[in-house]
Design a protein around this ligand. Structure first.
Ligand SMILES: Cc1cc2nc3c(=O)[nH]c(=O)nc-3n(C[C@H](O)[C@H](O)[C@H](O)COP(=O)(O)OP(=O)(O)OC[C@H]3O[C@@H](n4cnc5c(N)ncnc54)[C@H](O)[C@@H]3O)c2cc1C
Length: 605
């Protein structure tokens, strides 16, 4: 008997993200090769804050205790003002019902990679290759070819799956031609590490403090060996001046004046970007960590979201290796983690940046006041902390991954619903009205639908694309049975003229009766209906089992975003007038899977 051939899984990069992905794959018994361009693990001092969900992941991998033992436990963090006076202290113990780790761990990312390396070196199914810089990756049929220096025609590896965690300059991303879109901040950041202990200078100083100041905003944080201070550098200050011992001394004396000079252990300057890869998944390649997204460090989210990517990427790979649809695995990963990076990380870090350096005195005073009020109110503080600690983001991502990787019931002989849901994953499909255009899917509104299997099957055959049909004046169970027989991809129930509770009941009935046909529960904007109202109705439909949340009459991307953020479990299906629809990119970012474009209706064929 010959042994089953093992899939070839390659992880590129031995930063925290690649190492976590490798350990997670290896612990599931998979054979993994990890390629690192450098001759050893990086020692550079970079990320130093580990948030609760990252600690949960590290606990699943059996390495959290070592990270905690070598790090510092930060039970809260603070906001401070110009003179470093306390504005607000956020107590993470408020999260103890939500996580086993209601604190941050301050430790160096290089300590984590060393801990993981020891674990990997003890495993037979892992190969760690240093001095192996991937030059390029080419797409193959159901694989990725990995080229190292010296490879000519023949690649070094034919990977069934490849997780690219090769950092911001990712050779993998570049060789696949995936754009890295975004901005670079005008100012650079200076990080100075000192062995002076600021705990002696301030009452109750937390291990992490964010400082609001229009000119001298920044971060004061403790790592196991140093205090680290982050300052912005003016656009017109040359690097050599900003890095000169005199200038660093001057800036540290500005934090708190000492009689003697500050002992400075090291200092560095870096540029800050907010960038996102155009897609996080292509073929059999999943981009993770800085290879997929980079952001400013205010909030400590870059590495942490990379850790969450690694967790999701492994789920996607394992799903496919266990017989799941590989395309679904890639699309689900790409969409879920793109949204987490775009919505949770980039928006929050940009907001932190803008608030900390706010120049308008009234705005700044208002923000400080608000933070003080949030910190003083346990309910508001808990809600705030769920975001700042990335617990909400990770929970949403986990839920969406789980949902994305559990396909709709494929029992039907005409799995049109499945075809539609596969097409939607990761993109926004344009839906035209029957007879009205070349949509990637087609919509038949309720008032034009004849509810017999033959009539609907005729429409399905003639449109040649997944058909979505509006339902009214027919019982939900009957509608689904007829739709299934006809090969309709999705049925839509809307609350334009009915109470949300009645629509939710229809959605639940349809969801319970269907094998393949997808169910859309639609909230319609009517006069005086607030976003909260729309979200409340949407929650009913999502909980009733809707596969899409329809949104009728709203095209404002901010409102769509708000609805999607509140109900991230399902994609949106948006209909509005063509002129008002935002760009496809904005729609995709706002979680829109289906965009109905209203071409003039012609006769139903
Ligand atoms: C000063 C600073 C402070 C920060 N603080 C925080 C923080 O507190 N919290 C936080 O969450 N984030 C923080 N970040 C961001 C964080 O450091 C990064 O998000 C994190 O390092 C990303 O990890 P990664 O594994 O994706 O990439 P990297 O850490 O960059 O690792 C990439 C690895 O791939 C290797 N590699 C590169 N190219 C190739 C190739 N072609 N072939 C093979 N190997 C290759 C590299 O040598 C490296 O080992 C900070 C960043 C900076 C600069």
């Amino acid at each position: 008997m010959t042994a089953e051939p093992q899939p070839t899984i390659v992880v590129v990069g031995m930063g925290p993200v690649g190492m976590i992905a490798a350990l997670s794959l290896a612990r599931r018994g998979l054979t993994v090769t990890v390629l690192e361009g450098g001759d050893d693990l990086a020692t550079e001092s970079r990320a130093s804050t580990f948030h609760p969900p990252s600690l949960e992941i590290l606990a699943e991998l059996g390495v959290v205790d070592e990270l905690i033992a070598t790090g510092l436990k930060a039970p809260g963090f603070q906001y401070r003002g110009h003179s470093r006076e306390l504005i607000a202290h956020l107590d993470m113990a408020l999260l103890s019902e939500h996580t086993a780790y209601p604190f941050r761990i301050q430790n160096e990312q290089g300590t984590l990679t060393r801990i993981i390396r020891r674990h990997l070196e003890a495993m037979d199914n892992v190969t760690l290759r240093f001095g192996a810089p991937v030059e390029r990756v080419e797409m193959g049929r159901d694989c990725a070819y990995v080229y190292l220096p010296g490879d000519k025609r023949e690649p070094s590896y034919r990977a069934d799956w490849l997780i690219a965690a090769d950092g911001a300059g990712s050779a993998v991303r570049q060789s696949l031609g995936i754009a890295f879109e975004g901005v670079t901040y005008p100012e650079r950041f200076l990080v100075a590490s000192t062995t002076h202990d600021f705990l002696d200078d301030f009452d109750d100083l937390a291990y992490v403090s964010y400082v609001y100041d229009p000119d001298d905003w920044g971060v004061l944080l403790r790592t196991p060996n140093h205090w680290r201070v982050l300052f912005p550098i003016d656009e017109d200050e040359p690097d050599e001046v900003a890095l000169s011992p005199e200038r660093i001394e001057e800036r540290l004396q500005g934090v708190i004046a000492l009689d003697e000079p500050y002992p400075v252990a090291h200092s560095t300057i870096y540029r800050v970007h907010q960038r996102l890869a155009a897609t996080f998944g292509l073929g059999r390649v999943l981009l993770a960590g800085d290879a997929a997204h980079i952001n400013n460090p205010l909030g400590g989210m870059g590495m942490n979201s990379g850790i969450h990517d690694a967790h999701a990427a492994v789920e996607a790979v394992v799903y496919a290796l266990e017989g799941g649809d590989p395309q679904r695995a890639v699309d689900t990963y790409a969409r879920v983690r793109y949204d987490a990076a775009a919505v949770d990380v980039q928006k929050n870090t940009q907001k932190n940046y803008e608030e900390m350096r706010e120049r308008d005195e009234r705005e700044r005073a208002g923000r400080k006041q608000e933070m003080a009020e949030i910190a003083a109110d346990p309910e508001r503080a808990r809600a705030y902390l769920m975001g700042a600690s990335m617990l909400s983001s990770f929970a949403t991502s986990r839920r969406r991954m789980r949902r994305g990787l559990s396909p709709v019931n494929p029992k039907s002989s005409r799995p049109a619903g499945r075809v539609l849901s596969d097409q939607v994953r990761g993109t926004t499909l344009l839906v035209s009205a029957v007879g009205g255009g070349e949509g990637e899917a087609v919509y038949l509104p309720a008032e034009r639908a004849a509810w017999s299997s033959d009539a609907l099957a005729g429409v399905v055959d003639s449109v040649g694309a997944p058909l979505i049909v509006g339902v009214s004046d027919v019982a939900a169970g009957d509608a689904v049975a007829i739709a299934e027989r006809a090969g309709v991809a999705a049925v839509e129930f809307s609350d334009g003229a009915r109470e949300p509770a009645a629509v939710a009941a229809d959605v639940a009935t349809a969801h319970g009766a269907r094998h393949d046909t997808l169910v859309i529960g639609t909230i319609a904007e009517t006069e005086g209906r607030s976003v909260d109202d729309l979200v409340a109705a949407g929650r009913l439909y999502v909980d009733a089992g809707a596969d899409f949340l329809g949104v009728r009459g709203i095209a404002d991307p901010d409102i769509l975003h708000a609805i999607h953020r509140a109900l991230p479990e399902v994609p949106l299906a948006v209909s509005s007038s063509a002129a008002a629809l935002p760009s496809i990119r904005q729609l995709t970012l706002a979680g829109v899977g289906l965009a109905f474009v209203p071409f003039p209706l012609k006769e139903t064929p």
